[in-house]
Every structure is written in C-alpha cells, then in structure tokens.
Design a binder for this molecule. Sequence first.
Ligand SMILES: Nc1nc2c(ncn2[C@@H]2O[C@H](COP(=O)(O)OP(=O)(O)OP(=O)(O)O)[C@@H](O)[C@H]2O)c(=O)[nH]1
Ligand SMILES: [Mg+2]
Ligand SMILES: [Zn+2]
Length: 317
Amino acid sequence: MEAPTKFKDTGIVIRSTGGSYKVKTESGKVIDCVLRGKLRLEELKTTNPVAVGDRVVYYFENEEKAVIEEILPRKNFIQRRSTRSSSFQQVLCANIDQALIVVTIDEPFTPLSFVDSFLVMAEAFRIPAIVVFNKIDIARKKEKNWEKLKDYVCIYAEIGYKVLALSALNVEDRPKIVEVLANKISFISGLSGSGKSSLINLADPKLHLKTAPISHHTKKGRHTTTYAQMYDLEFGGSIIDVPGFREFEITDIDRYELSHYFPEMRKYFHQCKFNNCTHTSEPGCAIIRAVQEGEIASTRYNTYLGMLNNLEKPVYD
Ligand SMILES: Nc1nc2c(ncn2[C@@H]2O[C@H](COP(=O)(O)OP(=O)(O)OP(=O)(O)O)[C@@H](O)[C@H]2O)c(=O)[nH]1
Ligand SMILES: [Mg+2]
Ligand SMILES: [Zn+2]
C-alpha cells in the first residue's frame, strides 16, 4: 500500500518563542508548530531562522505534532545585531507593510539616536516608517518638553516621514492610530515603557494587551511584553507587538552608503567636492554645509556620525 501523501498547508507565523511557533493557518485556526530539524541549521547567520510574519509551509507529522517544513520567500524583513552574539543578526519580523517607531519625550526619555537608527534600518530595508510621538499628555506638563516635542515633530515631518502625536490613554486619539493601521501589516517598535502595547489597545481595545507602569525610580519600562506576537485588528490589518529594545545596531551597511539612508541628505551628496566623501571633515562637503545652514537637523547629523563610527568598529564575539 502506498504511503498517504502528506497534507500540507501554508500559514503565517504569529508568535515565535524558543523552538516553538504559533502559526495561523489559511482557515484562520492557530496551531502550534515545531521546526523541521534541517531548517534549524540552515540559517547560520541569524539567531532565529523563523520570524513573526513569515509565511511557512507546514504539515502534521501526527495528530498532535505540526512541523514547519519550509519558509516561503520574504517580501522584506527587519533585523538588528543580536544582543546575544554580535556577529549574528536577529530577525525581528518579516513581510510587513510599514513600521511604527514610538517616541516619548519623557517617561521614558527616548534618545533621537535611537529613533534615527530605526529609521535608517527601515530605509535600508525599504519599509515605510511612521514616527509616533506618544505620551504627549506628559510632555505637555513641562514647557521645555512641549517645545522639544514641537521641534521633533517638525524635524521628521520636514524629512517627509508621516508623524503622529498622541496619547495612548486618550480615546479621542483613537482615529489617528486606526487610520494608520487599517488594512496594513504593521510592526511597532520603541523603548520599553514607551506605550507600544497601550497604543495597540487604543486602536483595538478588545485585544487587552498587557501593559505596566514604568519604574518610578529609573523612569524606564519594565519589559512588560516578553515575546513578539502578531495580532489581527478588528478594523482590518494586523500588528506585531514586540518587547522594547534599547538599541538598533546595524552592521551591514557600507560606510559610503550610510548617508543614502538619511533621506534629507540624498539631495546633497552629489554636491560634495569628493565623490567618496564620508561627510565627516572633508573640505567642500555639501552635507556639512547644509547642517551649518540649518537645512539638515544637527541631531540627525550627529546620529549619522555615531552610526558611521560604529560601522567602523570591528565585530568581535
Ligand atoms: N500618561 C500616559 N501614560 C501612557 C501613555 N501610553 C502608555 N502609557 C503608560 O505607560 C506605561 C507603559 O506602557 P506599555 O504599553 O506597557 O509600554 P510598552 O512600550 O508596551 O512596554 P514594553 O512591553 O515593556 O516594551 C503604562 O503604564 C501605560 O499605561 C500615554 O500616552 N500617556
Ligand atoms: Mg508592551
Ligand atoms: Zn560630503
């Protein structure tokens, strides 16, 4: 008797923890899967061969056990240098339409270098990015923070990014976030405690994602979300909530290419005197001139210099 052909189906990975995966099948059911042994060894440069958002082919080995056999080609993905091992990359998500970066002026304080590194990564992976200033109710309490918020909104809006400024606890702000998320697959990122899960709850209160106050003492988040998971939104679309990160370190960019991922720098680099200009101290550099003339924000240029410096550091494990 011939062995029955294996029943195979495709699905989307909605959660990945250790070696086990939750996969949403074509029919909308969520099943637990493991990874076929061979696949685990294939992607040696990443700490996780399968990421949330991956489309996969799976089959049932027996009634209880479903196995991921193949990862379908990715439309795109976001990765950063792994914190566990610096020569490895950690893939944060795959197949997304857009990435949101949540920024808080205070409680916690989000450094602009963090925001800019994220935006560079999104540019490098050609993923549209949206800058979401959250906790504006807190920023409003101090004149200095309120001024800062207004300046920062201008910086990113002028570059051409879509910018939102809202409070995840204010239901009146709900339409702003719903409009951005509707019918798209989104990734949301930001420091722990910046309000990522709260923003998702604002958009779709039925999700009831876990949130927790930041520490009084350190003014930092408490890493409330502990694993990445994709959630379907009641108004269409889905979003991947993730634990907060401290850093987005990017290592795979050529030093002469880094400025290409700062959209506002693009129109200047053809005007530099040297065509291999790194825009650090070369004479006749059009980018340095644009910074001096206030055409490029100095915060952005400082991030550029910091990232360039990091790219030049050798990677040790
Ligand atoms: N005042 C105020 N508090 C907010 C706002 N957004 C979120 N919070 C609070 O900030 C705290 C942290 O929010 P979370 O949604 O847990 O933050 P998170 O970014 O998901 O944090 P991690 O899961 O640790 O990465 C919670 O106590 C929220 O209620 C806001 O706009 N205004
Ligand atoms: Mg969270
Ligand atoms: Zn230059």
